[in-house]
Design a protein around this ligand. Structure first.
Ligand code: AHR
Length: 501
């Protein structure tokens, strides 16, 4: 059996983990909203039409923030269409996804849903087909107490208290040719800074996210970031990153290594932010919002057959398998390893659309394989992230040099006196013996070892078999003489939770 070593030490601090690292995303896309979180008439629906079966699963995730309403959708969205009496809301063509948008669900319904499930809204404004005026008006509608035309309109719509939406995205993927109102970096940088100024003049307490590149593979990366930040540096708090991976050529060792691409992307964006910081002689450090990340490829072929202009068609409905959950786990570890700079992140998305939760319209709901690493990271990945000084054997890959079999990070919740070790064993053939030096955490013992593994890398959960791929508790390993030895099964996701006794 191969062996890897790690060292758990409170001084090996990467940084404080912002809880918003475990956010998610709801776009007006496919069945994310309609038939997902919202389905009046569903057996579990509440008086607002929110599905309680879905809300219960969302609450389980203890998700701190949810991005809305897009995504590509937002770049053609008129927020005014989605507020006020439902019967007078217009139906529109959504050119982003070629669907019919009924606008039955809008900003106020979204805020109500966030309150119901115990999360915060993260609102994106349309910088594609619209601009500064509509953006500052939306901030006024949502956040201004009352006494102005737009804040009073909100009050008349039934919301006496301001929504107090803290985090706002300045458009979505504006570097991409597929985006409505796509812009050059110069064009976007200019509109973003003017928009940022005016949104903050309406409400100085908000935080803003400027659009970074839609992926590391964009031809304009990282010049895009440098140009955009040169305009916006003093006016925004975050720059966004998006990435999706797939196993299209069925090469699992390569697929499981894709988190190394994410790692490189984060490092390159940090380097670009810091270059602009130096160029501007600024004291401010730009933070990162990884506000779209996931596996996305299973549904690509099916989506090409979906007819245009129907409301809430089944689109981007990836059914995730076990190996997807492993990569999702490795991506969560990667972001925790950059907890000092990646302060927000949104798994894209939450329900039905490339999502951890799947529903049947008028039917049940189940948890996909990727639900579990996301759940564990959100529940136990709080506090401070610790660098483990991982020493792991590695394998060669055509895309990446030296892929470590072990991907791992730890988190330390000082107040609760708990330490959690997250680990993925990428080895397809054999278990990995993990030897951890725990001397600096004297008195800590293992409370629980959760592991998720399956003989079939392509195994999935379905409506008929919702618990085919789930984590299981295994006998907790013991800490002896300041050393913890844990066996990580081949191709597995592991959570080892220690607590001071
Ligand atoms: O999450 C699906 C889509 O992926 C989003 O709408 C877009 O921002 C990205 O390209």
């Amino acid at each position: 059996m191969r062996t890897a070593t790690v060292t758990l030490h409170p001084d090996f601090r990467i940084g404080d983990i912002d809880n918003r690292l475990f956010g998610s995303f709801i776009e007006h896309l496919g069945r994310a909203v309609y038939g997902g979180i919202y389905e009046p008439g569903h057996a579990t629906a509440d008086a607002n039409g929110f599905r309680n079966d879905v809300a219960d699963m969302v609450r389980e995730l203890d998700m701190p923030i949810v991005r809305y309403p897009g995504g590509n959708f937002v770049s053609g969205y008129n927020w005014e269409d989605g507020v006020g009496p439902k019967e007078s809301r217009p139906k529109r063509l959504d050119l982003a996804w070629k669907t019919l948008e009924t606008n039955e669900f809008g900003t106020n319904e979204f805020v109500d849903w966030c309150r119901k499930v115990g999360t915060e809204p993260m609102m994106a404004v349309n910088l594609g087909t619209r601009g500064i005026d509509e953006a500052r008006e939306l901030v006024e509608y949502c956040n201004h107490p009352s006494g102005t035309a737009l804040s009073d309109l909100r009050v008349r719509h039934g919301y006496a208290d301001p929504h107090a939406i803290k985090v706002w995205c300045l458009g979505n993927e504006m570097d991409g040719g597929w985006q409505m109102g796509h812009k050059t970096a110069e064009e976007y940088g200019r509109i973003a800074v003017e928009c940022a100024k005016m949104m903050k003049w309406v409400d100085s307490s908000i935080e803003l996210v400027a659009c970074g590149s839609s992926s590391r593979g964009m031809r304009t990366f990282p010049e895009w970031e440098a140009t955009v930040l040169n305009h916006t540096y003093d006016h925004v708090e975050y720059i966004s990153l998006h990435t999706y991976y797939g196993n299209r050529d069925d090469n699992t060792p390569n697929f499981l290594a894709k988190s190394l691409n994410m790692d490189a992307f984060i490092k390159e964006v940090i380097a670009t932010c810091d270059y602009i910081k130096a160029r501007r002689r600024s004291k401010k450090t730009m933070m990162l919002s990884f506000d779209e990340w996931n596996v996305w490829y299973h549904s690509n072929a099916a989506d090409r057959k979906v007819p245009d202009w129907i409301p809430a068609p089944p689109k981007l409905e990836d059914i995730y398998n076990f190996e997807d959950a492993l990569l999702v786990g490795a991506m969560l570890i990667t972001m925790l390893k950059h907890a000092n700079r990646v302060k927000m992140a949104c798994m894209a998305q939450l329900v039905n659309v490339i999502a951890p939760i799947m529903t049947a319209t008028s039917g049940g709901a189940y948890r996909q394989t990727i639900f579990y690493p996301y759940l564990h990271a959100s529940l136990y990945g709080r506090g401070v992230a610790l660098n483990l000084n991982v020493q792991s054997p590695s394998y060669d890959d055509r895309e990446f040099d030296q892929v470590p079999y072990l991907e791992s990070v730890a988190t330390w919740d000082q107040a609760a006196e708990t330490v959690t070790l997250f680990a993925v064993n990428r080895d397809l053939e054999s278990a990995l013996e993990l030897s951890a030096d725990t001397r600096a955490f004297d008195g800590y013992g293992v409370e629980e070892h959760l592991t998720m593994t399956h003989d079939d890398l392509k195994a999935r959960n379905t409506f008929d078999q919702p618990e085919n791929v789930v984590p299981r508790k295994v006998a907790p390993p013991r800490v002896e003489g300041g050393r913890l030895s844990v066996t990580l099964p081949k191709t597995s996701w592991n959570v080892v939770r220690l607590r001071k006794s």
